[in-house]
Design a protein around this ligand. Structure first.
Ligand code: ATP
Length: 224
């Protein structure tokens, strides 16, 4: 995916103010930066949920200025909200996500196993789950969805140690299979060890983070 000098405006306010970024398949990119810097807005823009006001944004081959809908079926977005149906069970929620790509029952089961919500939790209504269990269910949904682009906002939040390990293993596996993964996080130690590269988002702009495995954010292509 490629962003060049992207401006995105919410109300009168430019939440992205000339953001440039190149990310290749298989990368796990950590977005760090202060509160209100534009990380969530960047994830939402990449998911096709926030319009591009100016600049160029191509995600999974779709030009977001003219084709935001095309990108959505291939994106797994985990925001501050989990996007789950409280009245449905864990299994029903994961099946719902998997249905968009025709996931089989075995794949749904495997996704739930992966995030530790199979067995006794599978038939429990989501509204009866703990915060961490809900997070695990949402992540299982993303696994079932076989997203090509994972956009995760504070994905470790609320997970216990085992859940964090399962999440990291899941993301490594997805990246190895060719997914592109963007993670916004303030948990720099945890997410930093997961990431293959770190960038800093400040005041709606993106720059390489100092001293890490970064490539570039100047719109000139990916430099290894
Ligand atoms: N619905 C909205 N309408 C107007 N401005 C908004 C809206 N949502 C967010 N903003 C503004 O956009 C800016 C970027 O917010 P964003 O949520 O992208 O930051 P963030 O880097 O994810 O922050 P945090 O680390 O706190 O999660 C902030 O100044 C915020 O006030």
């Amino acid at each position: 995916m490629s962003l060049r000098d992207v401006v995105a405006v919410l109300g009168q306010f430019p939440v992205l103010a000339g953001a440039s970024l190149e990310v290749t398949e298989g990368e796990i990119l950590l977005l760090q930066g202060p509160n209100g810097a534009g990380k969530t807005s960047l994830l939402r823009l990449c998911a096709g949920l926030l319009p591009v006001t100016r600049g160029e944004a191509t995600v999974l081959g779709h030009d977001l200025s003219s084709d935001r809908e095309g990108v959505r079926p291939h994106v797994g977005l985990l925001g501050h909200q989990n996007g789950l149906y409280g009245d449905l069970t864990v299994a029903e929620n994961v099946r719902f996500w998997g249905a968009t790509v025709g996931a089989s029952d075995d794949e749904i089961d495997a996704a739930m196993e992966r995030m530790g919500v199979a067995a006794r939790l599978a038939e429990v209504q989501v509204r009866k789950l703990s915060a961490g269990q809900k997070r695990r269910t949402a992540l299982a949904g993303l696994v079932a969805r076989r997203a090509r682009l994972w956009l995760l906002d504070e994905p470790h939040a609320g997970l216990d140690a085992a859940g964090r390990d399962e999440l990291d293993a899941t993301l490594h596996q997805a990246a190895s299979a060719g997914a592109t993964i963007l993670v916004a996080s303030h948990e720099l130690e945890r997410a930093g060890s997961l990431a293959t590269r770190v960038v800093e988002v400040v005041a709606g702009q993106i720059s390489p983070s100092s001293g890490v495995r970064h490539q570039m954010t100047d719109g000139e292509g990916v430099a290894e």
